[in-house]
Design a protein around this ligand. Sequence first.
Ligand code: ZN
Length: 396
Amino acid sequence: MPGDSRAATNAATVLRTVLEHGPVARGGIAGLCGLSPAAVSRQTTALLRGGLLRELPGPADGVGRPRIPLDLHTGAVGGPVAAGLHIGVPSSTFSLVDLRGRLLARRAFPHEGRPPAGLSGEIAVGLGRFLAEFDSGRPLLGVGAALGGWIRPDEGTVVHHPVLRWRHKPLGAELSAVLGLPVRVDNHARAVARAEILFGRPEARGSLVHLFIGNVVDAAFGIEGTVHQGPGSAAGDVAHLPVPGSAAPCACGRTGCLQATASDTALGAEAVRRGIVPDPSVPLLVDAAATGDPRADRLLRERARAVGRAAALLLDVFNPALMVVTELSSVLDEGYLEEIRTAATALSHVCDDPRRIVIPHAGPAVLPEAAATVLLSRVFRDPCRSDERARSHPSV
Ligand SMILES: [Zn+2]
């Protein structure tokens, strides 16, 4: 149905223009995005009716609707929200964000003592309680879930999560059955890339690579506003990328792999081995460095340099406008970002500008925001098609 798909494309164009430039009047939208005033008027009417846009108090000169400023509906009364679920290894995080990706509420959900087999059910119940507690009557668009490993967003399945040991798990359907809400699932490196494209620096819309360093290491790249997934949505597995200068033995049988060299799992184990912290916890190590333990600081700088060398390889392959690195110590302390930048630009053949290497725009809120963006990026791609309609027309 070409008419429908053109309307959907136009609606997405109008919504993204308001995201980027709002508040902006209808006439301004037409000038910015190149659609005709009639097309803009049609789409703004639909988006106002759908509750995604709202009219702000207009100019007092009585010139009428074309001059009334429109913005995304982020109002405390009636502005839609999206729920986010980030599933990490030691804990999950629940969140609520508005249409500009701004964090309204968050809560940690520790996994301690919960075996991976029943974990997703317990997470769903916990998230349901969180959503009930923070229900302010604003429309809830659905849930975006983000986690590490190989994820198929089209099926909502976890193909393989190496640490939680989930295989071919229909996570989206499981969560949706408990919560009674539309649920979208994606890999968390791609989720952060989507959040950077929608809500971050303008260069991210041109091209970006995102490198995620957690218990699982992942990467994602986006070109012209689209995050690449490839066949089977398998893009971004950098666990066994060889880090120059590393001899760390990896479970795959080789040495120097990124996962074995620089993941939180590897770092936590090394911190315990060196007697810096009693438990293999990167947050504890970061706290130790922040309170002046030079051994913790030295180990975090070693890791930052390893991350920088891996980033250099990705910079050379993709030459992105922006290289976004999510790594706990550098998100909290710019000194570690400088280590990453120095190591990356020293090794890269194509990038000598350290400012191209950045932390996520949301800082410590990166994961709660990115998880909800798994849902929001779909809303911005196709704002007029609700998931309810998709469910009632399974062939759509
Ligand atoms: Zn390996």
